[in-house]
Design a protein around this ligand. Structure first.
Ligand code: SF4
Length: 602
């Protein structure tokens, strides 16, 4: 039976999925995926919001005999697949394939570190072994009652990939992570997230020793627009010096308090030299080399093989960070619970070649699915970043909503921040329904929040940092939600709910970010070319994500508001306008407010 038959059984689907509507776009996508499974062709699919892409890839996946990995962006999305979508699709296809999920090591209980660091005499002692035996089949740490309480204690009971000693561990056979890994590799379908899968693909691109996932027929990357940025984190090297300091602290009795003190004093000297949140590593290289040499002298002279072995892993990481590979090397300085955290990051210029070679070791073919993959009507930017140019079929599926009827683009003619404030005041005070405001910086987010609060408007005001967004009901209560980049894609509000999605500016990234600057310079020293090839396609993709927040259903209607005249006045504005190509543009606020009056839409 071909997959399209499942969708044509309209009555049957309606009885299983409440509110099911037949959509030709969904069927087209399912057929493309079915074909990609049998022909093993790498495929990119841009499926617009509302096309039902989850069902469109789950139905072919569960009715195929191929062994498949489905990877999505977050653990929440994994849970949604496992507990909500897959049980429904199993009913539809009538096949019970074996399905397992796998998360990163840090999600599972690690008895090796628990017995090493958690002392039964300590005030915070937890009898974790008994608890996991009685309550949690897979030893998932977040399921435990203390999982949400104390991150510091949890981190002593879990291992990251550098802390895990894998097959040298006395608990290896019974280790929750490795048991789950073995079960996952034996299953027909694995559900995982991009962070684990892409770190594994990066490892396979170097050598496959220690990799987690066995070879598969196909991989489906959902939310695939995030693949290039996440992969480049793993293709490079990231070394948090806090891991090294935790190793020192956790073993203070063996290292001796005197030596621990000396190490901390050296660490503080480095912290003092770093003035900005992100700095290039090169001018600081000498200081870091001295610091690492100092710790090496202390730790490598200890008579304790376990500590030396863990330390050598970090030393190796520092050497990898310092290799002669071409890329950007930076030091990042952040604050966590009043502690300064220093992270060394190496980001290679050409991660695409590594991605392709790792992918070849992972599966016969891969399918990339997202609502935002193309920019300017093509996949050039995505294919270049992933190295898949010439190795991939591409499909842009048709919009399922009637943007022309359901939305208007409101671009008021403003030339100053004062005029922008005036538009915010008139629009938010007089509109009915909820508004989402997306800013390019946290400073702007805070400014707009304060400005709107001073107006004492009759709407609740929230920012991304102070609410559990998923629990807010934007449909039935008038609210304003203000946020920055994470709000463009990171919210899932079923039923939509906004009558206006407002972009405070076109979503160009901050040009002074040293990572973006270096990447753009590597593309071209000509700033106009790096703008066209790098900053512009990224901004158009972010714009598309923001646009997708407004119309989520056939009966939604609302305004896209762009408080940035460059969308109309600059040549590159057309790339943004193409995203909502047949929508009427209005400049007059009265017309904008009239369009979203409830009675007009019945
Ligand atoms: S194998 Fe790794 S994660 Fe498992 S118990 Fe041992 S050290 Fe911990």
């Amino acid at each position: 039976m071909s997959v399209s038959q499942f969708f044509l059984e309209d009555k049957y689907l309606k009885s299983i999925i409440s509110g099911y509507i037949y959509r030709s776009t969904q069927v087209e996508m399912a057929e493309i995926i079915e074909n990609a499974f049998s022909s093993y062709i790498n495929t990119c699919i841009e499926a617009p919001t509302g096309s039902g892409k989850t069902m469109a890839y789950l139905i072919p996946s569960l009715s195929s005999s191929n062994r498949i990995i489905i990877s999505t962006k977050t653990k929440q999305l994994m849970n949604q697949l496992l507990y909500k979508d897959i049980p429904v699709v199993q009913k539809i296809v009538g096949r019970n394939k074996s399905i397992r999920s796998l998360k990163g090591r840090k999600n599972y209980f690690c008895p090796y570190r628990y017995f090493r660091f958690i002392n039964p005499k300590a005030a915070f002692y937890i009898d974790a072994v008994s608890w996991f035996e009685e309550n949690s089949k897979y030893g998932i740490i977040i399921e435990a009652p203390w999982g949400r309480l104390d991150n510091d204690i949890c981190s002593l009971m879990t291992a990251d990939r550098y802390q895990c000693v894998s097959n040298k561990c006395p608990y290896y056979e019974d280790c929750a992570f490795y048991m789950q890994k073995r079960e996952a590799n034996a299953a027909d379908i694995i559900i995982t997230n991009h962070f684990l899968l892409l770190s594994d693909i990066a490892m396979k691109s170097k050598d496959s020793f220690g990799s987690i996932f066995e070879y598969r027929d196909n991989i489906i990357f959902d939310e695939a627009h995030s693949v290039p940025d996440i992969f480049s984190q793993y293709a490079g090297v990231e070394f948090a010096l806090s891991s090294l300091m935790i190793l020192v602290y956790e073993n203070k009795d063996i290292i001796t308090i005197n030596n621990v003190d000396k190490i901390y004093r050296e660490f503080l000297k480095i912290i003092d030299k770093i003035k900005e949140p992100k700095e290039l590593f090169e001018p600081l290289r000498h200081d870091f080399d001295n610091f690492i040499n100092f710790i090496s002298d202390v730790i490598l002279s200890l008579d304790n093989e376990e500590i030396k072995e863990e330390y050598n892993t970090y030393l190796q990481l520092y050497k990898e960070f310092n290799s002669d590979k071409e890329g950007i090397r930076i030091v990042e300085k952040t604050m966590q619970k009043n502690n300064t955290v220093l992270t060394l990051k190496f980001i290679p210029f050409e991660a695409g070649a590594d991605f392709v070679s790792g992918l070849k070791e992972a599966a016969l073919s891969s399918i990339f699915v997202s609502a935002t993959l193309s920019s300017g009507g093509n996949f050039e930017y995505f294919l270049k970043e992933t190295g898949l140019d010439g190795l991939c079929e591409t499909h842009i599926l048709e919009n399922v909503f009637d943007f022309h009827q359901q939305g208007r683009l409101f671009v008021p003619n403003i030339s100053s921040f004062k005029e922008k404030d005036k538009v915010y005041k008139e629009l938010i005070s007089n509109m009915s329904g909820s508004a989402l405001i997306i800013c390019n910086s946290l400073e702007r987010m805070q400014y707009i929040e304060q400005f709107l609060r001073r107006l004492k408007i009759n709407k609740k005001i929230y920012t991304q940092s102070d609410v559990n967004i998923g629990e807010l009901d934007f449909c039935n209560e008038d609210m304003v939600l203000i946020g920055s980049a994470t709000l463009r894609e990171g919210i899932d509000i079923s039923g939509g709910g906004f009558k206006a999605v407002i972009l405070d500016q076109l979503p160009f990234e901050y040009h002074k970010d040293i990572i973006l600057q270096s990447k753009a310079e590597q593309i071209s020293e000509n700033s106009a070319k790096s703008f066209i090839d790098f900053f512009l396609p990224r901004a158009v993709l972010y714009f598309k994500q923001a646009v997708g927040r407004l119309i989520r259903h056939e009966d939604d209607y609302g305004l896209w508001v762009v408080l940035d005249n460059r969308i109309l006045n600059k040549n590159y504005g057309k790339y943004f306008l193409d995203v909502i190509y047949n929508v009427e543009i209005i400049e007059d606020i009265e017309k904008a407010l009239y369009f979203i009056k409830e009675e007009k839409h019945g």
